[in-house]
Design a protein around this ligand. Structure first.
Ligand SMILES: Cc1cc2nc3c(=O)[nH]c(=O)nc-3n(C[C@H](O)[C@H](O)[C@H](O)COP(=O)(O)OP(=O)(O)OC[C@H]3O[C@@H](n4cnc5c(N)ncnc54)[C@H](O)[C@@H]3O)c2cc1C
Length: 305
C-alpha cells in the first residue's frame, strides 16, 4: 500500500496502472497482471522508482516491446517499468544515430535509411526496442548490435548513470553486461557508414520478404524460442526430432519454422513453457544437445520451481 501511494504521488496518472494485463505488452500475447505498471518520463523518476522498490523490498522488471518475453499466467508481483512510451526519440548527426532505449529498432533502421546510412538494415524486421536489442545483442542476417553500437548510457540498480563503451558493453551471443549486471539501458550511439538509400531500402525489403516467407508472423510468438546451440540450429534439431506442429493447448511448434513456438490464439503461458520443456527434453534425449531458451521469463512457472 505504501509503495502504491508513493508511486501515485511520483508519476502522472496515466503513467501508473495497477494490475495491467501483460498480455497486451508481449508479442506472445500472453501474461497475467503486473502488480504495478509504470512508465517513467525522466531519469530522476526512474531512479526514484528503483529507490522505492529497494526500500519496500519489491522486485522490478524493465520492459521494452515484450518481443522476447514470456510472462506467467499469474503475472508478476512487482513493478514493471515500461520504456517504450516515453523514451522513444532518436536523431542523426553525421554518421551517428542517437537513440533512446524505447525507440523501436525498425524505426531507427528507417532513420538510418532516410539519412543514407548503411549497417542497420539487419534490424529493420526485429520487432523490439533499442534497449531490448542492446540487452539481447539482437541480430539477424549476419548483422548484430555489436557491429554498430559505439556506446550506451545506462543506469545501474542504485540509480547511478554510467556511460559504457562498446567493449564495456560486452556484447556476445544474446548476452551483454546490461543483462549480466541488471543495468537499465537509457540510450545509445550507433555508428554507421554512408550508403546508397536505394540499396539500403532494397536490402531491407529483401530481408523482410525472407522473414514473411520463412517465419510465422501471422501468429503471436517471441521469435526464435531457443538459442542456437554451438554447431547446430535449434529449428533443424526440433524438426529432425519430429516436433514440427507439436502442440500443447494452443501453444505449437510452428509448422512453418520449427525454431518458433507460436500462440495459435488462446495459449496460456503455462502451455508455452510446458511445450518448450517437452521440446528441449526430447531433443536432448534424441541428439544429446541441450536447448536453452532465448526467450526471457517473468513471473512464476511450475517448470522452473
Ligand atoms: C516475429 C519476431 C521476430 C524476431 N526476430 C528476431 C531476430 O531476427 N533477431 C533477434 O535477435 N531477435 C528477434 N526477435 C526477438 C526480439 O525481437 C529481440 O530479442 C528484441 O531485441 C527484444 O526487444 P524488446 O524491446 O522486445 O525486449 P523485451 O522483450 O521487452 O525484453 C527482453 C529482455 O531485454 C530487457 N530489456 C528491455 N529493454 C531494456 C532496457 N531498456 N534496459 C535493460 N534491459 C532491457 C528485458 O528486461 C528482458 O530481459 C524476434 C521476435 C519476434 C516476435
Amino acid at each position: 500500500m505504501e509503495l502504491e501511494q508513493r508511486l501515485k504521488e511520483l508519476l502522472d496518472k496515466e503513467d501508473f496502472v495497477v494490475g495491467e494485463e501483460m498480455k497486451y505488452h508481449t508479442t506472445f500475447r500472453v501474461g497475467g497482471p503486473a502488480r504495478f505498471f509504470v512508465t517513467p518520463k525522466t531519469e530522476s523518476e526512474l531512479k526514484e522508482i528503483l529507490k522505492l522498490c529497494e526500500e519496500t523490498d519489491t522486485s522490478w522488471f524493465i520492459l521494452g516491446r515484450g518481443s522476447n518475453l514470456l510472462v506467467s499466467d499469474s503475472g508478476f508481483d512487482g513493478v514493471v517499468i515500461h520504456m517504450q512510451k516515453h523514451w522513444n526519440h532518436y536523431y542523426t548527426e553525421g554518421n551517428r544515430i542517437f537513440a533512446q532505449a524505447g525507440a523501436m529498432m525498425s524505426a531507427v533502421s528507417q532513420e538510418a535509411m532516410r539519412n543514407g546510412l548503411t549497417g542497420l538494415e539487419f534490424a529493420s524486421g526485429i520487432p523490439g526496442t533499442i534497449g531490448g536489442g542492446l540487452r539481447m545483442n539482437a541480430g539477424a542476417y549476419g548483422g548484430e548490435m555489436r557491429q554498430v553500437v559505439l556506446s550506451a548510457r545506462v543506469m545501474d540498480q542504485n540509480g547511478t548513470i554510467l556511460e559504457l563503451s562498446k567493449d564495456e558493453l560486452e556484447l556476445g551471443y544474446r548476452t551483454s553486461i546490461i543483462g549480466k549486471n541488471g543495468y537499465i539501458a537509457l540510450s545509445c550511439v550507433i555508428e554507421l557508414q554512408p550508403g546508397d538509400p536505394q540499396l539500403i531500402r532494397s536490402t531491407m525489403d529483401e530481408m523482410n520478404a525472407k522473414r514473411r516467407e520463412k517465419q510465422p508472423l501471422e501468429y503471436g510468438s517471441a521469435g526464435s524460442t531457443f538459442k542456437r546451440p554451438e554447431g547446430y540450429f535449434a529449428g533443424k534439431l526440433i524438426q529432425d526430432a519430429g516436433l514440427k506442429g507439436f502442440s500443447i493447448g494452443d501453444a505449437q511448434v510452428s509448422e512453418k519454422h520449427a525454431g518458433f513456438v507460436i500462440n495459435r490464439g488462446n495459449a496460456k503461458a503455462a502451455d508455452i513453457m510446458k511445450l518448450c520443456k517437452e521440446v528441449s527434453d526430447r531433443v536432448n534425449t534424441q541428439f544429446g544437445v541441450n536447448l536453452e531458451m532465448e526467450v526471457r521469463r517473468l513471473g512464476k512457472f511450475e517448470e522452473e520451481k
